[in-house]
Design a protein around this ligand. Structure first.
Ligand SMILES: [Zn+2]
Length: 83
């Protein structure tokens, strides 16, 4: 089982695209997020400053939003929207 999550910048509104994270964890570790975002194109995916994800547009702090329910069947569209 996995849960969809997205790192989102509250400063410029950039969404880094949805990824799947392990549901068993209350909060995915930076390593898990980094692995999950490895498939997301550069410029959309977060920029990593050590273990800290940063907004690729403005360098701002990113916030993790999680989608617990199956409402989110729009990962492909979300990625297109973000690019
Ligand atoms: Zn930003």
């Amino acid at each position: 089982m996995a849960v969809r999550a997205e790192l989102y910048c509250y400063f410029c509104g950039h969404g880094c695209g949805e990824v799947l994270t392990p549901a068993a964890m209350r909060r995915p570790t930076p390593e898990q997020l980094r692995t999950a975002y490895a498939t997301v194109p550069e410029g959309v995916a977060p920029v990593w400053e050590g273990t800290q994800p940063r907004c690729p547009r403005c360098g701002g702090q990113l916030f993790l939003e999680r989608f617990e329910h199956e409402v989110v069947r729009r990962s492909a569209r979300a990625l297109k929207r973000a690019s």
